[in-house]
Structures are given as structure tokens and as C-alpha cells.
Design a protein around this ligand. Structure first.
Ligand SMILES: C[S@@+](CC[C@H](N)C(=O)[O-])C[C@H]1O[C@@H](n2cnc3c(N)ncnc32)[C@H](O)[C@@H]1O
Length: 254
């Protein structure tokens, strides 16, 4: 008769946008107790210093480069829970925002593995903090959409949402196309855009332009091939007030 190990628990933890100290206290404490940690490639290695006791497994995406397939990650999580008490799946930003957490949760639920999700700071919120500019703005912006370009196989592939502020994830390669789509949907060419790369890391950079310029490939030469980038689009980003300048100057001096 084979000995059946009691099922462990899988924690899907948001690592935050990049900086190691933007993980939650709960996430850090769980890392300290983990037996095995499956982490995204974009996670700051400093965060992994909190779990020297754990087996570390790099999985997940790094800006389009080779990564483990989602089905393979799902299988490994279930397998790990059959052999370890505390399994951590450390995911960039918030696990529930464009993170395919639903597929991991589905696989765990189907296998009867207990799981818990620990939220993280999604990159659009970290970008807003870094810019010193809220995504909502009294009199200008009262709706925000966290969105990405529809996949070709999605039925409603045509439209981006009609919110006042758009935070477009995974839009780096399609930035000009996204801008043209928004112009076609009736957004004005002078609508402010901020492209923000590698938020909360030492490589963070910002580019301010407008929708018309973005549609003319205005960000193409500026964008890096190997850094994650967000497109923030909306009237709110026209308010480049003094506080944002103070933040930028302070960063330059640091
Ligand atoms: C697969 S999605 C994961 C999003 C993540 N779950 C979150 O909540 O931020 C990856 C995309 O998130 C955005 N992203 C993630 N980290 C970022 C960062 N530090 N700076 C800018 N954009 C980031 C980029 O648009 C990137 O292509």
C-alpha cells in the first residue's frame, strides 16, 4: 500500500509590479513558510530571499520570451500540492489581473486541492502612484478600464472599452494599432497618453504623448524590447501638475 501524503495548500500570491517591498505583508509571511515556490520570471529576485528554505521553480512569462506552458504549470501545481504542505505560486502584479489565475484555480479545484489567493498591487495602480496622477479625476474621468487588446479568436475582437481612463496591459507591440482603434472609436487625437515601462523598478521610464502621436508610431523607438509596458490613456494624464514634477525630480536626485 502506498502512503498518501495529505494534500497541501496552494497560495496564489500577487508579487506586485516589480519592487520587492510592494508585496503584501501576508504574501511575504507565506513566502517565509513555503516548501516550494513557482515564480514568474519578472519577479524581483530580492523577494525570493524571503524563502531560502523553499525549492524555487521559475515559470511564467517574460515579455514574450520562452516560458512554461500554462497547462504544464497547472499540472505542476497540483503535483506539488500532493507532496508539500505549502505551495506558493508567485505571480506578477495582482494574480487576478491578466494573470491566468482562473486557469490555475480551475485545475486546483478540479483536483480537489485547497487554494487561497493573496492580492497584489497591479501594475496600473503602481503606475498611477509613480506618476503622482490618479486614474480618476474629478470633472474629467469617472470610469477606468483595465484592458488589453482582444485576441483574434475572441468574438468581440473589435472594440476597446469606452471608459474615460484606459490602462492597457500587454500593449507594447500593438501600441500604434491600439491608438488607431481608439481614434476610429471616436477618441480625440489630442487625448493624453502616458506610456510607462518597468514601473517600480530601477529601469522605470515614462513617455508622455497624445493618441494621434501614438497612432503614428510615436512610442515605437522609445519602447524597450525587454521591459513590461503599460499604456495609460485619458484626459487625467493631461494634468501633469507640480506634484508629479516634484516626484520626478526627487527620483532623479535619489
Ligand atoms: C500578463 S500581464 C500581467 C499583469 C499583472 N498580473 C498585473 O496585475 O500587473 C503582463 C503585463 O502587465 C503589465 N506590467 C506588468 N508589470 C509591469 C511593470 N512593472 N511596469 C509596466 N507594466 C507592467 C505590462 O503591460 C505587461 O505586458
Amino acid at each position: 500500500m502506498t502512503h498518501q501524503h495529505p494534500l497541501g495548500k496552494v497560495y496564489l500570491i500577487g508579487a506586485g509590479p516589480g519592487a520587492a517591498d510592494l508585496i503584501t505583508v501576508r504574501g511575504q509571511r507565506l513566502l517565509e513558510t513555503a516548501d516550494v515556490v513557482f515564480h514568474d520570471a519578472l519577479v524581483d529576485p530580492a523577494m525570493l530571499n524571503w524563502c531560502p528554505q523553499a525549492t524555487l521553480v521559475a515559470v511564467g512569462k517574460r515579455c514574450g520570451k520562452h516560458s512554461s506552458s500554462q497547462a504544464f504549470i497547472n499540472k505542476r501545481l497540483v503535483h506539488a500540492a500532493r507532496h508539500h504542505a505549502v505551495v506558493v505560486r508567485l505571480k506578477g502584479g495582482d494574480p487576478m489581473m491578466f494573470g491566468r489565475a482562473d486557469e490555475e484555480i480551475g485545475a486546483l479545484a478540479e483536483a480537489g486541492v485547497p487554494f487561497e489567493v493573496v492580492p497584489g498591487v497591479t501594475s496600473a495602480l503602481a503606475a498611477s502612484a509613480s506618476l503622482g496622477q490618479s486614474l480618476t479625476l474629478r470633472g474629467h474621468s469617472r470610469s477606468v478600464a483595465f484592458c488589453t487588446l482582444a485576441q483574434a479568436d475572441e468574438a468581440d475582437a473589435a472594440k476597446l472599452p469606452q471608459a474615460d481612463t484606459l490602462a492597457v496591459y500587454m500593449g507594447r507591440r500593438h501600441a500604434a494599432h491600439i491608438a488607431r482603434q481608439l481614434l476610429d472609436q471616436g477618441k480625440p487625437a489630442d487625448l493624453p497618453v502616458c506610456v510607462i515601462e518597468a514601473v517600480s523598478t530601477p529601469r522605470e521610464r515614462h513617455l508622455h504623448l497624445n493618441l494621434g502621436a501614438l497612432a503614428q508610431h510615436g512610442a515605437q523607438d522609445w519602447l524597450s524590447d525587454d521591459a513590461p509596458a503599460l499604456l495609460l490613456i485619458g484626459a487625467a494624464f493631461g494634468q501633469r501638475h507640480q506634484y508629479a514634477q516634484v516626484l520626478a525630480d526627487r527620483r532623479l536626485r535619489a
